[in-house]
Design a protein around this ligand. Sequence first.
Ligand SMILES: [Fe+2]
Length: 401
Amino acid sequence: MAKPMFLRKLKNRFFFAMAKVIAGKAKGQYMAFVGKASCARLCDRIVELGHTSVLVVTDKALRDLGLADEAVAGLNRDGVTLTWYDQVDPDPTYAHVEAGARILRESGATAIVAVGGGSSIDCAKVIALRKYSDGDMTKWPGMGNSPDEAAPLFVIPTTSGTGSEATMGAVITNQTTHKKEIIGGEAIHPKAVALDACLMVGLPKPITAATGIDALTHGIEAYISTWERGNRTEMGRISVQGVFRWLRLACDEPGNMDAREGMALAAYNAGVAINQVNVGNVHAIAHQLGANFGVPHGHANALVLPHVLTLYGETAVERLAELAVATGVSDSGHPETRARAFITEVEQLIADVGIAPTDARIKRDAFDAIAEAAMDEGDGYFCPRQLEKSEILNVLEAISE
Ligand SMILES: [Fe+2]
């Protein structure tokens, strides 16, 4: 039984008030190095800050390929000890965090470098928190529930999508409940990142496409958020422009360094944007598709994105019309016409990178629970409007086969 809308609005206002209080405490300064020498410059920065013992967190495949070693080669120097935790799996659990934290403590490392996609970065964030706290990690999910202190984290992403390299959030799977939990706090925001396209050229097309649409969704959801905060408008717009310009090329020409760098920057900028105002209803539905049917995150966003943008109707028309102009899709006509042209172009981009509009993994028997869970999550975001249960059910119907 869905909650009445007035109660959901109340809940949404409460979250908004809490978010503003927590956001007021944010104070960090962060750096991004970009281009060929960026990994070396990041390593120099770590040494400049006085770290002589560093833990590298990554996955086995990147280690075996030699990419992780290549990324941190700048730390192979006299006076610096490197220790490795290279066992991060996709969708890391608290058990992965515990294993990495044990190595961190035994090594005495004072800083962490994460090399990899969202899984390695998120796992490293929680390992960083574990350095100073033995508390029950399952009580950390939510905003501001985790320790205030963490080992400084530096990040070298090898995918372009999650934006985790630019955010203070980490997704960890609770191995007991099998649910993904989001831990958020200023302490785990990466201190500096290196965006090196060389590390991304081997990414297969389906992953390039899905992660790229994840970045696009971040940019759009931040841009149309109702929370006026920081530079999220500028960062959201730049990231959407970046994905429109570079994603097709990155998919069609995997070795095109300009396209890879363009996507790395788009994903980073989108991360900067959602770090300020969070995501929205597209993610609220997509997360349920991942949890219930194992649909990869970016792919799930691609299925849902055009439908939710359409549902927003007049509540998002002005903002979507602005994005139509910013991306060169349409600069004339009524705002409604421009907004519609933008959504059509988003649909076209998703199709062009090879993602179908429906998915056979999505099964109807779970729709009711999914719609309830999506509403519940969506009520915690700052979207143009809250969606009715019937609207979410229609979206699920439209994307299933
Ligand atoms: Fe996302």
